[in-house]
Design a protein around this ligand. Structure first.
Ligand code: BES
Ligand code: ZN
Ligand code: ZN
Length: 462
């Protein structure tokens, strides 16, 4: 658990001298002669990210770490799994000009870089541990780390061990960690009784029952915020089966569900003054004789009929029922997270989630929060003229657009048809996965846009 990489005290600790490349020559001039000699004899070259162990006169040593003057975070995030195991702290000189916000981000970065998914193999080594600097909000940093680890763990867990029942169990686990949680789970045939026919239909071919998971927390008189997360536990594509390369990582298709649980962990542990609701339509998009077919027409919970153009466009189907339900109580804001389209990744690449929003002021505030916490997002438009591409010939809507271009936009427009226009709505189409490792971002499941949205909520509801 990467939270254990952040510590409050230690009796044997090594200092990290974090120096920008520009300040390095002046620092070296003032350093002890023995340090200067050591650094020159070891052939150390002060490039960004370079680290050097330097002995001092007392027989201890410190770590010299160079950054480029722009981004200390990257230099620091390369350290937890490359420095020897043990305890470290940033030197007083390294932190004296940093505000609480920056210190918090550096500390969080260390924690994020310490993450290892160890449910299926032994750790080769422990991460080096960092003493949480004074003057940073340790409680919030720890919560961010806990939430991110939860998101990563849920996504990394293989589909065989992360089915709708497992998502339900992870949601129910909130009742053990926090007070005042209600969880209601609608399962299997009960979905049909309530009218959630889109969720049921997508999930009907799996041996694992589909579910609609509904968690709530907080004073009912507080502003109502509802999170909706796509919980497709494995997306084979259904009968319009994905090719092998496209299916390989589809255990992550419950990434939206993982994100809303992570965000809920943050909101609840930080006790934001809101009434939170979390809705997760959880299904497996499987292949079997009773699978839904291209050409089938589903009568959605809202009453709009939807012709299935492709069973691989299942995310928008399960979300549609959940979004309709979310709007029934007219919340102040609905936020959905979904690994919805490959087209979103084509437009923005894998690291940048697409933000769609039916209110300009909300979108702008969220983009600002995303910058503040270094958790980037990019807005794409709900371009209404494209609505014609998802209108049906023999149904109200089709779940695939009649044109191949702009797939993230047409998917978002599809979702919008199930919303109440009076309800402000944010839709995040994201990857939820690192295809390769970068400092602080190990290959595998990743939280994206979660801290940005938390910052938005935390700055609006104080
Ligand atoms: N889960 C996928 C989208 C996806 C793929 C997200 C890769 C992230 C990475 C989704 O259910 C899907 O298959 N969408 C199709 C829709 C198409 C059939 C209209 C897509 O994007 O190709
Ligand atoms: Zn799909
Ligand atoms: Zn999917």
């Amino acid at each position: 658990m990467s939270e254990s990489a952040l510590i409050n005290e230690s009796n044997k600790i090594v200092e990290i001298e974090l120096l920008s490349q520009a300040n390095y020559p002046a620092w070296l001039d003032k350093a002890a002669k023995s340090s200067q000699d050591w650094i020159s004899q070891t052939g150390f070259s002060a490039k960004p990210g370079a680290a050097c162990w330097v002995p001092d006169k007392q027989g201890n040593s410190f770590v010299l770490l160079i950054w480029d003057g722009e981004d200390a975070l990257n230099a620091l995030m390369a350290q937890p799994l490359s420095l020897p195991e043990g305890d470290y702290r940033l030197s007083a000189a390294s932190t004296e000009n940093l505000n609480a916000m920056t210190l918090g981000q550096l500390t969080l970065g260390w924690g994020l870089a310490s993450y290892q998914f160890l449910n299926y193999k032994e750790a080769k080594r422990q991460a080096a541990r960092l003493l949480i600097p004074e003057n940073c909000d340790a409680d919030r940093v720890r919560a961010q780390l806990r939430a991110t680890s939860l998101v990563r763990d849920l996504i990394n867990t293989p589909a065989a061990d992360m089915q709708p029942s497992d998502l339900a169990r992870s949601t129910l686990a909130f009742r053990r960690r926090h007070k005042g949680i209600q969880v209601n789970i609608c399962q299997g045939e009960q979905l049909l009784e309530k009218g959630y026919r889109s969720i049921y239909t997508v999930g009907q071919a799996s041996v694992h029952d589909p579910r609609l998971i509904d968690l709530s927390w907080g004073d009912p008189s507080n502003p109502k915020i509802t999170l909706v997360g796509k919980g497709v536990c494995f997306d084979s594509g259904g009968l319009d089966l994905k090719p092998a390369s496209g299916m390989r990582n589809m255990k992550k298709d419950m990434g939206g569900a993982a994100h809303v649980l992570g965000l809920a962990e943050l909101v609840i542990s930080q006790n934001l003054p809101i009434r939170l609701r979390v809705l997760i339509p959880a299904v497996e998009n499987a292949v079997a004789g009773n699978a839904f077919r291209p050409g089938d027409i589903i009568n959605s919970y809202k009453g709009l009929s939807v012709e299935v153009g492709n069973t691989d466009a299942e995310g928008r189907l399960v979300l549609s029922d959940a979004l309709t339900l979310a709007c029934e109580e007219k919340p102040e804001l609905v936020i959905d997270f979904a690994t919805l389209t490959g087209a979103g990744r084509v437009a923005l690449g894998t690291d940048l989630p697409a933000l769609f929003c039916n209110r300009d002021d909300v979108a702008e505030a969220i983009l600002k929060s995303a910058c503040t916490v270094n958790d980037p997002l990019w807005r794409l438009p709900l371009h209404q003229p494209y609505l014609k591409y998802i209108k049906g010939q023999i149904s109200d809507l089709v779940n695939t657009a009649s044109i191949a271009m702009g797939g993230a936009i047409t998917a978002a427009l599809f979702l919008e048809q199930f919303l109440d226009n009076e309800v402000p709505w944010v839709h995040l189409d994201l990857m939820a996965y690192n295809n390769s490792s970068k400092p602080g971002h190990p290959e595998g499941g990743e939280a994206m846009a979660m801290r940005a949205l938390f910052e938005y909520l935390a700055s609006k509801y104080v």
